[in-house]
Design a protein around this ligand. Structure first.
Ligand code: 2P0
Length: 343
């Protein structure tokens, strides 16, 4: 019996990802435990941004407990984590691992990047959580099964199970079994670089979950956003397969701006940008017009990600650092899949 099986303890590491074709909206709204996306998405996994999470099932615990970045969570903050652990416990029960099914777990999780900066911490967090929890429970799950579990924790987390270029289809089935991420290419296919301009390190975001809900319920553009997504996904996948930077730049900026336009049109409008966010986007467009291979993307927060070819990295980084309001610039390449760390 291996150590994980005897201790019911495992540690996993997963990387953050950013979508080039965005996920925004849910098929059935926020109360659906399957957390099915309204649209497919396409992302790149970032090697420099990682979450490392340990899970131990322990019969001495009366409740689940979690410590994130050295802060012990309050009971009310534990619900999403316990929901994911419940899914693992349910699987354990189905497989006859009854001692796990009745145990609570201790979760210790650390990001190597600023969580409060509004970077995509839920993606790496839930991918690492389900990978560690499944192993700690003694379950042998496929990446596909882990991606489904991760999605139920957070939609973008389904993609962080894989490295490189990842497609998350919308799926058609009611049970969510086909809303599962698929690796398209590993990072070596096209080693793009990603620079993240931090424009507000203290930013507390309107959560994506809430922002999506408001957009779905009130934005007059939401139906048009959903209707155009399949074409965007197919074209972006083709641009990536052909390593066509200019085409991918066009498509990714379009998807980003279209997502924000849809959210801005909600009532009340969901606005994630600050003046520095807009200045960075304009600068990146100017740099591309001057011949530098770079485009922007941006998620549910004010930080701007510049995706570029390696030869443009130094110029783009130096330029971003001159923008008023940019506090720092993080550099990343494309990373690998979620994995268990040795005991
Ligand atoms: C994405 N975002 O595709 C989009 C673009 C933010 C903007 O997925 O409600 O935290 O947990 O499923 O995954 C962030 O949303 O939302 C996100 P939930 P999640 O990366």
């Amino acid at each position: 019996m291996n150590k994980a099986a005897t201790d019911h303890l495992a540690t996993a590491q997963a990387h953050a990802n950013i979508a080039l074709i965005k996920y925004w909206g849910k098929r059935r709204g926020n109360s659906d435990a399957l957390n099915l996306p309204a649209v497919g998405s396409l992302s790149i996994t970032l090697d420099a941004l990682t979450t490392t999470t340990s899970v131990q099932f322990d019969d001495q615990l009366a409740t689940d407990e979690a410590c994130i970045n050295n802060r012990r969570l309050q009971a009310r903050e534990l619900q999403r984590i316990s929901n994911s652990l419940d899914l693992v416990r349910k699987r354990a029960r189905q497989q006859g691992l009854t001692q796990i099914a009745d145990r609570h777990a201790r979760v210790v999780s650390d990001n190597n990047f600023p969580t409060a900066a509004g970077l995509a911490s839920s993606a790496s967090a839930f991918a690492a959580l389900v990978t560690a929890a499944a192993a700690a429970a003694g379950l042998q799950l496929t990446d596909r099964a882990l991606s489904v579990l991760a999605r139920m924790g957070s939609g973008s987390a389904a993609r962080s199970i894989y490295g490189g270029y990842v497609l998350m289809p919308r799926g058609q089935h009611d049970d969510g079994s086909d809303a599962v991420a698929q690796p398209l290419h590993d990072a070596t296919h096209w080693p793009l670089r990603v620079l993240i301009a931090i424009t507000d390190s203290g930013y507390k975001k309107v959560s994506s979950t809430l922002g999506m809900q408001q957009t779905m319920l009130t934005s007059p553009y939401f139906a048009a956003w959903v209707a155009a997504q399949e074409a965007d996904l197919q074209q972006a996948a083709a641009a990536i397969a052909q390593r066509d930077f200019d085409r991918l730049a066009e498509l990714a900026e379009h998807s980003c701006l279209k997502m924000h336009a849809t959210a801005l049109a909600a009532q009340p409008g969901v606005l994630y940008w600050n003046p520095a966010s807009i200045a960075c986007m304009q600068l990146i467009r100017d740099l591309r017009a001057q011949g530098h291979a770079v485009f922007f993307t941006n998620d549910a927060g004010p930080q701007i990600k510049a995706v570029c070819l390696p030869e443009a990295e130094a110029t783009v980084s130096a330029a971003l650092q001159t923008v008023t309001g940019v506090q720092s610039v993080l550099h990343s390449g494309l990373g690998g899949e979620a994995r268990l760390l040795p005991a």
